[in-house]
Design a protein around this ligand. Structure first.
Ligand code: UD1
Ligand code: UDP
Length: 377
């Protein structure tokens, strides 16, 4: 029998971990592969939350995170660190996911060694290199050197074809976030206490309508964050509403939000939630308000209206399905859109339908099969 192909899976942040643990599990369960896991730890605590719940123990951990890290210093640390790991591991192929600095540096380090790199969640494009920033360029760089492009939807596959990527290298697999969501839902169903940590807040806000909030985009730092905080403050002036806001650990987010919203009784600014608790939050929220990428996929899958605090999105599928709406970062618009959903039942019902434009929860298995096919096993 031929030796298993050695696949190095590289990631560093919370969303990459959520979207790659199903792939890692699929590869580890398959004797055709030897799966080696390298985390850059571009995120530390927020990455570890996912590793813990998913039971992933990395083989390599670069521990690169520094407080308030700049893009250039972070990228430099990533490139040299990941290169060394690749020299040691000697992988047959490298897998990266999405559009973070870790994914971009991982792809580049693999390319420098002429190791084929396969891209999970390929082909997302907003068409604007500053929205989201720097992710639009990161994923274009990865796309320019990837061997296999695992596009979540037909839209993302078409974006790659429009960039003259060989169609034979593009595969529509669905998004592995749906695999992760199915996995965590089953886990919570089997053991509800895994998502029981919000019980106190749920009791405290039992008579109120919950709005779940997340925000972290670099392009929103400054005015954008101030506007978002102002919008949340205005929404919280309603006595029928409560906001639950797990605040990202980026100091540029925390400082603004704590200064603007600290002390409001019906705004619970809490620490980042682990994945089961975040899934629970989407479940109990009437509306999600976010600038996140992943939440734009999860909320439609769970039939929760999601207002996206961005001017553009690389995930038009949720908007086309009617469950997501782009509302920008002007406070007045955000407040108007939330108020409409709270006060106009028909408008709410229109958005609150479950859609699954992002896949059926079998993406990781498809990716493993496509990889096996590629390596002739
Ligand atoms: C990163 C990604 C972004 C992704 C986001 C998901 C890049 C350039 N950005 O942005 O694409 O959408 O993650 O959340 O790759 N911090 C902690 N502990 C943590 C995580 C972050 O303290 O567990 C703080 C640190 O001070 C760190 C800062 O947050 O320096 C920024 O982290 P970084 O990964 O550079 O940027 P994000 O805004 O998290
Ligand atoms: N998430 C989480 N806990 C939180 C907030 C978000 O587990 O407190 C999950 C969420 O379910 C989604 C992912 O983190 O899968 C999104 O990460 P983030 O918004 O940080 O990054 P993005 O998707 O914008 O790159």
């Amino acid at each position: 029998m031929t030796n298993p192909a050695r696949i190095l899976v590289v990631f560093g942040t919370r969303p990459e971990a959520i979207k790659l643990f199903p792939v890692i599990n699929a590869l580890k369960a398959d004797p055709r592969f030897e799966c080696v896991v390298c985390v850059s730890a571009q995120h530390r605590e927020m990455l570890d939350q996912v590793l813990d719940i998913a039971g992933i123990v990395p083989d390599h951990d670069l521990d690169v995170m520094k407080p308030d890290q700049s893009l250039d210093e972070l990228t430099a640390r990533l490139l040299t660190g990941l290169g060394k790991v690749m020299d040691e591991v000697q992988p047959d192929r490298v897998i990266v996911q999405g559009d973070t600095a870790t994914a971009m540096a991982g792809a580049l380090a693999a390319y420098y060694r002429k190791v084929p790199v396969d891209h999970v969640e390929a082909g997302l494009r907003s068409g604007n290199i500053y929205h989201p920033w720097p992710e639009e360029i990161n994923r274009k760089i990865i796309g320019s050197m990837a061997s296999l492009h695992f596009a979540p939807t037909a839209t993302s596959a078409n974006a790659l074809k429009a960039e003259n990527v060989d169609p034979a290298r593009i595969h529509v697999t669905g998004n592995t976030v749906i695999d992760a969501l199915h996995w965590v839902s089953a886990k919570i169903a089997a053991q509800p206490s895994l998502a029981g940590g919000l019980a106190d807040l749920e009791a405290r806000f039992a008579q109120r309508r919950i709005i779940g909030v997340t925000s972290h985009r670099r392009e929103n730092f400054g005015d954008g964050m101030d506007n978002i905080a102002s919008a949340i403050r205005q929404i919280a002036a309603r006595d029928d509403v409560a906001v639950i806001f797990p605040v990202h650990l980026n100091p540029n987010v925390r400082k603004v939000m704590h200064e603007a919203l600290g002390g409001l009784d019906n705004v619970a600014m809490i620490e980042p939630l682990d994945y089961p608790h975040f899934a629970r939050l989407i479940g109990i929220a009437e509306i999600m308000l976010t600038d996140s990428g992943g939440v734009q996929e999860e909320a439609p899958a769970l039939g929760k209206p999601v207002l996206v605090m961005r001017e553009t999105t690389e995930r038009p599928e949720g908007v086309e399905a009617g469950t997501a709406k782009l509302v920008g970062t002007q406070a007045a618009r955000i407040v108007t859109e939330i108020s409409t959903l709270l006060d106009d039942k028909a408008a709410y019902e229109q958005m609150a339908r479950a859609h699954n434009p992002f896949g059926d929860g079998t993406s990781a298995r498809r990716i493993a099969e496509l990889l096996a096919n590629e390596i002739g096993r």
